[in-house]
Design a protein around this ligand. Structure first.
Ligand code: URA
Length: 434
């Protein structure tokens, strides 16, 4: 089966067979296809699309390009959550211990931040000593022992995605639903899970800018996940303003700890409880959303979710004292409020503007090999609809040097809009797709 024949068939608008798709994915994994051939087929798929059946074959071939973790010896229905990425999205850090404390095992393999969106691994690594590079054996053993492991992608899991994602990144073929489905789901299905809850975000700070695009992606992800034999549900959630009140790695860990102490911001808790409720239902420990939410509230109120976070941090080499005393997390040299130019109501907080300000401070990466500064970022972010006094802080900027502080301050000032008339806070959860 020559690559050029497969490329020509897709170029001419035909659906590829399972064998052709497997040859393509094998070619990406073992290097037998040249980068220009892989790129040509990626572009043909981008332009011509894939049928649901092709997308399912593609995802399956990607998943099988490496090891598929076997967690069948771990009792219970294993459920993970995946977010398509947003600004201030630290949900996994509080959600995983909450769900595990309710009795559902959560094996979670997360990514790093790139561009404007943060990554759970970078956030967790701001806890001194916390290791995310566990082997698959250590991952399996930890899930069996304490119900959860929060680790990074290993080289053995869906290796074809690493190659194909790098090519998509430089050939303008990222924004393509079948390719996104294969990329996200191959990694998630290789974790050894039984069920998955997806948080598909839409809006200015998200990958998908409109609800309609997010719905299309969510429907495709749910269908392909089901074709792979998993139970999958997706929530569509708005990502126009940052989630919660912090953006930046250590700051987001501190906010997650506050949430588990019962002191979380309303929007972050709303999304976390909604995703958690679906995880408990799929995990078989609750029948209805109301029952699931009651259980989730209980593990926050009685401290067992926070205890579970301590257990996970200890198991992965992290300094548990930082959980009890978040001032032990990395702290930035400068902490400067951004004053409101007038009294009134916050009309807008542009998630992308805040993310770019945080990126300028060093909280994220413009390129995959950039180093991040765990201490910097933005805290105390006011939310749309809140009343502010003239000169009161719209947020607090955490910076390690005066130059980045001054530049980020100017950028962040442009992200907030304060007006005279009251504004209704926008709703967050738009739809559930099951
Ligand atoms: N995240 C992924 O892992 N892959 C994509 O293709 C897009 C987002």
């Amino acid at each position: 089966m020559f690559p050029q024949h497969i490329i020509a068939r897709k170029r001419d608008g035909h659906a590829l067979t399972r064998d052709e798709i497997q040859a393509f994915v094998r070619g990406a994994t073992d290097g037998s296809w040249a980068d220009y051939q892989l790129s040509a087929l990626l572009m043909a798929i981008f332009l011509r699309g894939m049928t649901p059946e092709e997308t399912a074959h593609y995802t399956d071939a990607m998943m099988r390009s490496g090891i598929v973790a076997d967690l069948s010896s771990v009792p219970g229905i294993k459920v993970d959550k995946h977010s398509t990425g947003g600004v201030g999205d630290k949900v996994s850090i509080l959600l995983a211990p909450m769900v595990v404390a309710c009795g559902v095992p959560v094996p979670m393999i997360s990514g790093r931040g790139l561009g404007h969106s943060g990554g759970t691994l970078d956030k967790l690594e701001s806890i001194p000593g916390f290791r995310t590079d566990l082997s698959l054996d250590a991952y399996r053993a930890q899930v069996a022992r304490i119900g959860c492991a929060l680790i990074g992608q290993t080289k053995d899991l869906a290796p074809s995605d690493k190659k194909l994602y790098a090519l998509r990144d430089v050939t303008a073929t990222v924004e393509c639903i079948p390719l996104i489905c294969g990329s996200i789901l191959s990694k998630k299905l290789a974790e050894g899970i039984d069920a998955l809850v997806l948080d598909v975000k839409f809006g200015r700070g998200a990958f998908m800018k409109t609800k309609a695009e997010a719905r299309k992606l969510a429907e495709a992800l749910v269908a392909v996940g089901k074709a792979g034999g998993k139970q999958v549900r997706a929530l569509l959630t708005a990502m126009d303003q940052p989630l919660g009140r912090t953006v930046g790695n250590a700051l987001e860990v501190a906010e997650s700890i506050a949430c588990l102490r019962g002191d979380g911001p309303a929007d972050l808790m709303e999304v976390t409880y909604a995703l958690g409720a679906h995880m408990l239902i799929l995990g078989g420990v609750a029948k209805t959303e109301a029952e699931a939410k009651t259980k989730l509230h209980r593990v926050v109120a009685d401290g067992s979710a926070l205890d579970k976070l301590r257990e996970i941090v200890a198991a992965q080499g992290g300094d548990v004292r930082a959980i009890d005393n978040p001032s032990r997390l990395p702290q930035a040299k400068f902490q400067t409020p951004l004053p409101s130019p007038r009294a009134g109501f916050v009309r807008d907080v542009d998630a992308m503007g805040v993310a770019l300000g945080a990126l300028r401070l060093g909280a994220g990466r413009a390129r995959a090999d950039d180093k991040i500064d765990p201490a910097v970022g933005v805290s105390g972010i006011t939310k749309i609809g809140e009343r502010v006094a003239a000169g009161a802080p719209l947020c607090v900027i955490h910076a390690s040097d005066e130059k980045s502080l001054a530049e980020a301050k100017a950028m962040l000032a442009g992200a907030f809009l304060v007006g005279e008339s009251p504004v209704v806070a926008p709703s967050l959860i738009a739809e559930t797709i099951a």
